[in-house]
Design a protein around this ligand. Structure first.
Ligand SMILES: Cc1ncc(COP(=O)(O)O)c(C=O)c1O
Length: 386
């Protein structure tokens, strides 16, 4: 019914991902090689055909679309808890500046989304990296390290990536409750970035941080967005949920002061169509990503046994341990094969020797990417490290 294997030529669309040399294959930045849901495309065409693209208000339908959508994940949102934002990253930067003072520490569980570092450092704050434990190919939280990071008197904010980009962890209720209690003890606000939350394997759901307990709800700032799930990153749109009314006022002031809270006229229609009319498409998309993930894992286990593809039930990203090849494997892979992956080191401590591969593509592109990865592996001698 939905053709996720159709190869779509993106040339002429000023696509960042495809701003590459002839013959290269981009599987790096997190947008999909797949068309958005039909209802979203139709809503955008309808809006575009109007011909006037003036300043836009945020209608009731936008609020209702999020509110009813997140009920299915057990998150109760009231309209007054919500703030419109022109993207998750824009909101995070404003929130960092508004809720922390210069030089204070913002805690990250690493490896994590590279742009978090920009949001913190560009705002004159300090990153406190708290590496996840990577053992037997699985990532878990080091509660001792996280506990002392939260207890650091200079830590005032933690950015939680839920689910975690790039490792794909879906954080469970018990872990989230523990984070909430520990953060509250030390007065740390938890910003839960849930940008990837709907891209879970069929039958699996994520847990919204704010849904776990009264404490989590009270100390949380949650960022939600349709951008990853519905391939709308170019529309720059997100929602920020803050339950504590004083903190919400401050977050709203931050976003407003940075002038990043004005709605894009296309984004409003797209969000409504995405969250209210596209369930069957999303179910099919999740199945396609799960198929691609299984294919990639099987291929790597069979043909590149020195590598390890980290198991995951969330995001369309595959996090691959190429530690046997030394530093900067993505750079070497690109130079030798034209396959453009994200370098693990950009995700912070623990990312060294890893690459991130974007699986949200037609199977023919996935196969091309995997074949290039295998060809690269064959150039690496056991005894020669980069
Ligand atoms: C965890 C996470 N948050 C936010 C974003 C970007 O969000 P936005 O485009 O709304 O700024 C990404 C994009 O990859 C992401 O991985």
């Amino acid at each position: 019914m939905f053709d996720f294997n159709k190869v779509i030529d993106r040339s002429g669309t000023y696509t960042e991902k495809w701003d590459i040399a002839e013959g290269e294959l981009p599987m790096w930045v997190a947008d999909m090689e797949l068309e958005t849901a039909p209802a979203v495309k139709e809503a955008l065409i309808r809006r575009a055909s109007h011909g006037i693209y003036g300043y836009t208000t945020v209608p009731d339908e936008w609020y209702d679309a999020y509110i009813s959508r997140w009920k299915r994940y057990g998150l109760d949102i009231r309209r007054e808890d919500m703030i419109y934002s022109g993207g998750v990253v824009a909101a995070i930067s404003s929130i960092v500046r508004k809720l922390t003072t210069p030089a204070e520490k913002v805690l990250l569980l690493t490896p994590t989304y590279n742009i978090f570092y920009n949001c913190i450092v560009n705002s004159g704050r300090t990153v406190l990296e708290c590496p996840l434990i990577y053992r037997d190919g699985v990532y878990t939280i080091d509660r001792d390290a996280l506990g002392s990071g939260l207890a650091d008197p200079q830590t005032s904010l933690m950015i939680l990536c839920n689910p975690q980009n790039p490792t794909g962890n879906i954080w469970d209720r018990d872990t989230l409750a523990w984070i909430g209690e520990t953060a509250e003890r030390y007065g740390v606000v938890v910003l839960s970035d849930e940008a990837h939350c709907e891209l879970t394997a069929p039958g699996k759901n994520y847990v919204p941080f704010a849904s776990v307990s009264d404490i989590c709800r009270r100390i949380s700032v949650t960022c939600l967005s349709p951008a990853k799930t519905f391939n709308l990153a170019g529309l720059q749109t997100a929602a920020v949920i803050v339950y504590d009314s004083v903190r919400r006022h401050r977050v709203w002031r931050g976003i407003n002061t940075d002038d990043s809270g004005e709605p894009n006229c296309f984004a409003v229609d797209a969000v409504i169509a995405a969250f209210t009319q596209s369930d069957d498409w999303l179910e099919a998309l999740r199945a396609h990503i799960a198929d691609n993930r299984r294919k990639a894992e099987e291929f790597i286990a069979k043909y590149i046994p020195r590598a390890h593809a980290v198991r995951s039930d969330a995001t369309y990203l595959l996090w691959i341990d190429l530690g046997y090849a030394g530093r900067y494997p993505a750079k070497d892979i690109r130079e030798k094969t034209g396959l453009f992956l994200s370098e693990g080191e950009i995700y912070g401590k623990g990312g060294e020797g890893f690459v991130r591969m974007n699986l949200a593509c037609p199977v023919s592109q996935l196969e091309d990417g995997l074949a290039r990865l295998k060809a690269w592996d064959e150039t690496i001698n056991d005894d020669i490290r980069l």
